[in-house]
Design a protein around this ligand. Structure first.
Ligand code: ATP
Length: 204
């Protein structure tokens, strides 16, 4: 039996990656959420914990092993360099964990890796195909303001500014999903699903 295809699903903040990943899950496709697993690994992965402590200090963790989020946030808040360092520690840990996860899901025709920063980090190059979820900035802004009470308009704009543009996304993606509200989602998901199943059977 062939190995599963590795497929990335990405999109800007509030584009609907998690929402659309749920449709793929309903179709039986395993989904690895990079952000959620990154958060879990911050308190579970001994190597990552050691690295964070040596870079940011013992105070990064409480005595009970919990992550001192407000301390770490203050360390990286408006400090690009420190944020890059922290991401540089988390990404390899997520990469290792993703590999183990793949090994546990060999019976699927394809596996989805959901990540906000697939192009920005270069991770897309390690995947067979990529799907981008697209919606105009104004719609994404409205959805995120509704979803995340604690986030200001300015904070959301700052995040958007650091993510690749729609044009770059279109160039780099194998599949696009229009989540602006203009197109039905299920037919778009089914079309991509069928295409990936065909690719998998061609490869087998
Ligand atoms: P992030 O990058 O911030 O994690 P995301 O790309 O995973 O976001 P979601 O969390 O799936 O995006 O969607 C953002 C918000 O918009 C959620 O509250 C979700 O319920 C809502 N949403 C997603 N798609 C639609 C849609 N087609 N119509 C209305 N609301 C939607």
């Amino acid at each position: 039996m062939s190995k599963p295809l590795l497929v990335g699903i990405t999109g800007g903040i509030g584009s609907g990656k998690s929402t659309i990943s749920q449709f793929f899950k309903i179709l039986g496709i395993p989904v690895y959420n990079s952000d959620d697993n990154g958060k879990r690994l911050m308190v579970e992965d001994a190597q990552l914990i050691d690295n964070v402590k040596s870079e940011f200090g013992e105070e990064s963790y409480f005595e009970d092993g919990g992550l001192n989020r407000s301390y770490l946030a203050s360390e990286v808040f408006s400090n690009e360099e420190r944020l890059k360092i922290l991401n540089g520690l988390v990404h390899p840990a997520v990469g290792r964990d993703f590999k183990n996860w793949i090994a546990r899901h060999q019976n699927s025709p394809y596996l989805l890796k959901e990540a906000a920063l697939l192009f920005e980090t270069g991770i897309y190059q390690e995947l067979d195909k990529t799907i981008s979820v697209m919606a105009p900035n104004s719609i994404r802004m409205g959805r995120v303001l509704l979803r995340d009470e604690q986030r200001s308009r300015q904070q959301i704009e700052d995040i958007m500014a650091k993510q690749v543009s729609d044009n770059q996304r279109k160039k780099l993606s194998d599949y696009l999903i229009d989540n602006s509200g203009a197109e039905l989602l299920i037919p778009q998901v089914l079309k991509i699903h069928q295409s990936l199943l065909s690719l998998f059977s061609e490869r087998s």
